[in-house]
Ligand binder design. Structure first.
Ligand SMILES: [Zn+2]
Length: 421
């Protein structure tokens, strides 16, 4: 029921101000007597006084069992022509198969399921249902190539996204990594982060890929993706860009990272979040131990959001430990570039391009490095402690080195003992 309707009805019977109604509805929402999302600007106008209406909507999408789809199919083929007006049996079959493998639900299938299984029957109600699912970060509303609408639920896609962005021309890549510690985040929260990125930051793009483990948005000069792995509690946010778009790329990286942090922080209070930013220059070098900064000052945690902003001198400044000449604009956010900075950047990148072939030949692969890459995460409250784990080497040539030393030592001891007698 719309908020305004209730307010005007109550105005007729008892005198109630909007503020008083707000208090009453908040109380009823907190008691579980109704649902009112007053802090969500899209959902605030609606009051769901019959809660099963909302749960039945969620049930339509979250049916993991194949038998449910088989049951739906047999119910569809045996149903009246009124039900089949929207879809033919063949269409129904192909659209439901498409959803089960790609997570893309055609709007006709969406409408059909809502009409047959929920209270969202009329077109305005179906529109509200879509808004509700978008606000819950379960679906992303997309326009297909033929201009028709579809809803994407990445959770149901059987394909996976590569964790690295395809390299294009002279593009540079920013990489921020979020790690969720503390009470483990449920798997669906990771899916919500990918949907949140699509819902909030993909308006200008024509090319969107949603997969089981994340989503990618491709634009002409700036491409970005969020890939998650709930088992390790890690989310990688990468922004690949033409060097002329470095300011825009920073904006995208900072927005997506902070939006993800805010979403998790405000809903999962027992989750501890850490953020690592990797040097893009080291990324270009394909260095397996890139220079990195833990919890950079542009990352906004809840406690920091409440504090007044840090003075520039207090803010953590990032410099690449491997190459001090990396331009400032690749390491710390910048909103505009001076002509001089533009020149520096293109000079640095062009110098670097020429250097790749010879450097690549010299760099020894340390893919089997024994320093654990995941153990040096630390949280904002414990910034001084860097955790590092050292384990036994797996490199044969290093093992051999120690082994041969031992043999020499024993031989030497035997010689000494022999000499004493
Ligand atoms: Zn570097």
């Amino acid at each position: 029921m719309p908020f305004q309707d209730i307010l005007s009805q109550l105005f007729n019977s008892i005198l109630l101000t909007e503020k008083q109604l707000d208090i009453i509805l908040t109380y009823m929402h907190n008691c579980g007597m109704l649902l009112w999302y007053k802090n969500d600007k899209d959902l605030r106008p609606y009051i769901f006084y019959h809660i099963p209406t909302v749960t039945s909507l969620l049930q339509v999408l979250f049916t993991h069992d194949d038998t449910v789809w088989q049951h739906r199919l047999s119910a569809f083929s045996g149903s009246t022509s009124a039900v089949q007006q929207l879809l033919t049996l063949d269409e129904y079959r192909s659209l439901s198969e498409k959803f089960a493998s790609t997570g893309i639900m055609h709007h006709k299938l969406f409408e059909h399921l809502l009409r047959t299984e929920t209270d969202f029957v009329e077109s305005p109600a179906i529109k509200i249902a879509a808004e509700l699912l978008q606000s819950f970060r379960i679906i992303y509303c997309s326009t297909l190539q033929n201009g028709e609408n579809a809803f994407i639920v990445p959770y149901f896609c059987k394909k996976y996204l590569s964790d690295s962005l395809p390299s294009t021309g002279d593009f540079v890549t920013f990489h921020a990594q979020l790690r969720f510690d503390g009470l483990p985040l449920p798997q669906y929260a990771y899916h919500q982060l990918a949907v949140d990125m699509l819902n909030s930051f993909s308006q200008e793009s024509k090319s969107i890929t949603a997969r089981n483990n994340g989503a990618r948005v491709v634009n002409k000069n700036v491409t970005y993706q969020l890939v998650h792995d709930y088992k390790s509690g890690i989310v990688n946010i990468r922004v690949s860009f033409d060097p002329s778009q470095v300011c825009k790329a920073w904006e995208v990286l900072v927005d997506i990272t902070n939006s993800s942090i805010k979403y998790v922080e405000t809903r999962w209070c027992a989750c501890k979040i850490g953020c690592k930013f990797f040097c893009p220059h080291c990324g270009l070098q394909e260095d397996t131990h890139p220079s990195r900064l833990m919890n950079p000052s542009w990352v906004q945690y809840h406690d920091k959001r409440l504090m007044s902003s840090l003075l520039p001198s207090e803010a953590k400044h990032f410099t690449c430990k491997k190459d001090p000449s990396v331009p400032e604009c690749l390491l710390n956010p910048i909103s505009s570039l001076s002509e001089e900075q533009k020149e520096d950047l293109s000079k640095f990148l062009s110098k670097y391009e020429k250097a790749i072939p010879e450097e690549k030949a010299q760099v020894e692969s340390d893919a089997e490095s024994d320093l654990s890459d995941h153990e040096d995460f630390y949280l904002p409250g414990e910034e001084q402690q860097i955790k590092m784990e050292v384990s036994a080497t797996r490199k044969a040539e290093i093992k051999r080195l120690f082994y041969s030393n031992q043999v020499t030592m024993y031989k030497f001891l035997a010689y000494v003992q022999f000499g004493q007698h």
